[in-house]
Design a protein around this ligand. Structure first.
Ligand code: UDX
Ligand code: UDX
Ligand code: ADP
Length: 464
């Protein structure tokens, strides 16, 4: 087994940043270089003010404080990072394609391919190359092709090591993972590479939680895990619609079914819809892959998970309109939360974006308060959909730093993210400043419905 002294990670994002920080923390003998072409991002990672790190994750700044400058480094010099490394993690973005074949479903692998070509060009010795980004099945083959056709003549072992961390709990997930999955070839050099990477994790993860598989199983396991998790949310959200028509309560149902050990209690929280950079992208990717093998029924089965999620977001927006006497034209709707879940500043695919977009179709004014999301991000998210002009968006949407200002004189309040602080607001004070009837649409079922009703609010939940 090779001893690793130097690791390079290409991509200083939500996955690469925290993962490498923990690898560096637990392996003080390994020098870890994170490289990225985005100069601003690297400058932010190097900022002496740890509150300026480009990613907000509970516990992250403490880990960076301990490791940065010791054995964790951030740089824009990608070539140097590649040259120095024994092992290279590729952790660049793999968004859904927005053009050409597979548009809207397939993963866009152009960033991965660029990395592979760059490695082939600048490497001066053998390397282990690890796919960290979520990738469609058989991407390793493309990587291998590019690397083995390079003129260098060096040996590149390709491993798949998907990341299962969830944002907001990244540090805990990394410190205590349910499992670490490492896929690679079953050749002698492939096995050696798998053992070498296993040793990096075994610095803190119990050996029996480090699984080795073939490369295809590893790639497909990641897509399958995300598809199953997303499917649970769509399943409970489907039930929420039925609960609202009957007198059943979706939280009571979730508790009752979750006690069945075959089902389990996690990931059964009904909501305004799932967001995040992974679920939709990975399920669509699975749909695309199934279709490309002619497996129409399989593709349709998984596509329904996305359709139901779109329905849930639309249903929430439609309910706001319906309860506002069927019009939100020029009415002020306060949004509490914009991030796709609590404890992160990430807004990718957040349900809030789609709910806001739908309300903008109806000429609403939206005032957003989120404890971690900057104003420009809200505008970027809405502009990206291209359904409304940037001027119109800036006219109709404002972002404030104070929840009481957001809710002042609002015709309705919508909770889009489950930030804990929303629960402890002075709701009596908020009631006195909103327009009546005072409607709260709790898209996360986090507020104390009874207490708010006693204050005078009408509270509309999901699945109740
Ligand atoms: C089921 C429920 O488990 C039980 O809680 C309910 O009260 C009645 O319905 P049952 O139909 O008796 O019970 O058997 P179960 O073990 O759930 O199996 C149902 C079918 O699913 C069988 O054909 C079984 O072979 C199949 N199955 C089960 C699988 O194909 N894969 C599995 O992982 C589990
Ligand atoms: C997910 C997977 O959990 C993680 O393993 C994978 O590596 C990346 O994708 P992430 O997207 O960061 O992680 O967060 P997650 O906690 O899974 O939440 C995703 C979305 O589902 C959020 O919008 C969240 O609010 C929503 N959700 C989650 C629910 O609506 N209900 C639930 O019960 C759980
Ligand atoms: P993830 O959630 O998968 O970590 P992010 O978008 O947060 O995704 O991070 C991916 C990072 O990869 C970005 O900071 C981007 O600048 C970087 N990146 C993309 N392509 C390259 C490349 N060819 N070389 C170096 N960095 C890259």
């Amino acid at each position: 087994m090779k001893e690793i002294k130097n690791i390079c990670c290409i991509g200083a994002g939500y996955v690469g940043g925290p993962t490498m920080a923990i690898i560096a923390l637990k392996n003080p003998g390994i020098k870890v270089n994170i490289v990225d072409i985005n100069e601003k991002r690297i400058a932010d990672w190097n900022d002496t003010d740890l509150d300026k790190l480009p990613i907000y994750e509970p516990g992250l700044k403490e880990v960076v404080a301990e490791t940065r400058g010791r054995n964790l480094f951030f740089s824009t010099d990608v070539d140097q990072g590649i040259q120095d490394a024994d092992m290279i993690f590729i952790s660049v973005n793999t968004p859904t394609k927005t053009y050409g074949k597979g548009k809207g479903q397939a993963a866009d692998l152009k960033y991965i391919e660029l990395c592979a070509r760059q490695i082939a060009r600048v490497a001066k010795r053998d390397k282990i190359v690890v796919e960290k980004s979520t990738l469609p099945v058989r991407t390793a083959e493309a990587l291998k092709d590019i690397l083995s056709n390079s003129e260098s003549g060096f040996n590149f072992e390709i491993l798949s090591n998907p990341e299962f961390l969830a944002e907001g709990t990244a540090i805990d997930d990394l410190l205590d993972p349910d499992r670490v999955l490492i896929g690679g070839d079953d050749t002698p050099t492939g096995k050696e590479a798998k053992n070498t990477l296993s040793a990096v994790y075994e610095a803190w993860v119990p050996k029996d939680r480090v699984l080795q598989t073939n490369v295809w199983s590893s790639e497909l396991s990641k897509l399958t895990a995300n598809a199953f998790l997303a499917q649970r949310i769509s399943s409970i959200n489907a039930m929420s619609a039925l609960c609202e028509e009957t007198e059943a309560d979706v939280d009571e149902i979730a508790k009752a079914i979750g006690m069945d050990s075959r089902i389990g209690p996690k990931f059964l929280k009904s909501s305004v819809g799932f967001g995040g950079s992974c679920f939709q992208k990975d399920v669509l990717n699975l749909v695309y892959i199934a279709k490309s093998y002619g497996l129409t029924e399989v593709a349709e089965y998984w596509n329904q998970v996305i359709e139901l999620n779109d329905y849930q977001k639309r249903r929430f927006a439609d309910n706001i309109i319906k309860k506002s006497y069927n019009t939100v034209n020029d009415k002020k709707i306060a949004f509490l939360g914009w991030a796709f879940k609590k404890d992160t500043n990430d807004t990718r695919e957040s349900a809030a974006i789609y709910v806001a977009d739908h309300l903008l179709d109806e000429n609403a004014h939206i005032v957003v308060y989120d404890p971690k999301v900057p104003a420009e991000q809200v505008y970027t998210d809405l502009e990206y959909l291209k359904n409304h002009d940037p001027e119109e968006i800036r006219k109709r949407v404002s972002i404030v730093n104070d929840p009481y200002e957001a809710t002042n004189e609002a015709h309705g309040i919508a909770v889009l993210t489950e930030w804990d602080e929303f629960k402890s607001y002075d709701w009596a004070k908020i009631y006195s400043s909103v327009l009546k009837p005072a409607n709260v649409f709790d898209g996360r079922n986090i507020l104390n419905k009874k207490a708010l009703e006693e204050v005078g609010f009408n509270v509309y939940n999901i699945g109740k």
